[in-house]
Design a binder for this molecule. Sequence first.
Ligand code: BG6
Length: 484
Amino acid sequence: PASEPTDLVVFGGTGDLSMRKLLPSLHLLDRDGHLDAGTRVVAVSRDGLTDADLRDKAAAAVRSHHEVDDNDGLNSFLDRLSHVTVDVGGDPRGWEDLARALVPGRDRVFHLAVPPMLSGSICRGLRDAGLVAPGARVVLEKPLGRDLVSAREVNAEVAEIFPESATYRIDHYLGKETVQNLLVLRFANVFLEPLWNSRWIDHVQITAAETVGVGGRRGYYDSAGAMRDMVQNHLLQLLCLTAMEPPSSYDRDAVRNEKLKVLQALAPLTGDRVDTDTVRGQYGPGTVGGEEVVGYLDEAGGPSTGDTETFVALRAEVANWRWAGVPFYLRTGKRMAHTRSEIVVRFREVPHTIFPGADGRPGAGELVIRLQPDEGIHLTMSAKEPGAGAPRLRPVPLRLSFADTFPNRSPEAYERLLADVLAGDPTLFVRRDEVEEAWRWVDPVIEAWTDRNTPPEIYPSGSAGPAGAHRLLGRNGRTWYEQE
Ligand code: BG6
């Protein structure tokens, strides 16, 4: 059903995120009938665009995101858009223009698609201009801050104006269908939960690998690195959903309370553990998908201090009753051989094998939850190869492909999340305490790398990452899951 008529105000409304994700997703929501006829999108920037300029830019952005047919209502979507120039912290007339662009009495959502240090001034600007009507919501993008101190500052500044219940922190991984499916897989089936603990699980791997480099985002990336860009948010959220206890309901706080407990249970990665249990890498030149590409240091948009990591692998431990002793290996990298996000749960071997000397790994099964691409679930089990004589065992997969099972188009992460913001449902958004707890765990690792000047290990573009990542598992006789 369509949401209430809302004025959705996007700060950074002509920027990269807006053009690549927000406006195309809003067009899809509109096309599929999920926007109220009265909902309008006000893009705010310093660019001084006219409404017509904005609509041209938005039309191009939508078309480069997905195919648009004549009857996809692009023009009626564009009619919802307008542009207001506001120089946050500058000329106050911009705020007056914004006030005039909003319709009194409507729901209001302020989406801050801007660097986090601007959040405080924008929220104060909105308040001072009298725009924070009752029920107004604010949407914050990641990374929220660059460490615990700055994250607390941003959260506190926003909290002066918007209550937590009206604050929607985006981690777009939570909007992915397959990520939500993880909860259904775990908590709507009986067969996994009894095995879901250190008794039966040897370790868990969580990978988010990409073939792309940093592209035009070198400036941002230099100040962030893969730890802040991917691990602090996306990978830790996946870890939470994998490791959390069953919540009592699918309720915003029931789910988020359980995720928070996982973050609180993460054993600190400090002291020598930073050397032994973390790996940072940076892509050098190489070949990706048959194309020669430059290394990180030669990407346009420097200057760089040169030591930004584009790859992280680490071994985390959830120190609680269920998971004590089970490593959670996390890995993310740019310019890797394949684009692939997946969670791999490797089970222990059977306690006793009656097939000694058989080839293969008797009993050690594997559950692979592929988040993208080719979304699906693979369960690897041991089977007997046909033939006479002593049984020969072979791992064989049971495969579930979401695309084959559910042929209808799945909404993209931002579509789902924007629809939830418009409907006022924060379940798939990150709560303040979660973000801060994640920083509390990540900070000491980044500090140790900085203090020790740990240089990133260079890996060729198009490879499986630095050798250190393989040693991280190899020393316990384990290997990363690398199957197609
Ligand atoms: C973003 C990161 O949050 O996630 C990017 O800033 C990364 O660096 C992107 O490329 C990956 O998202 P997805 O949905 O393509 O896996």
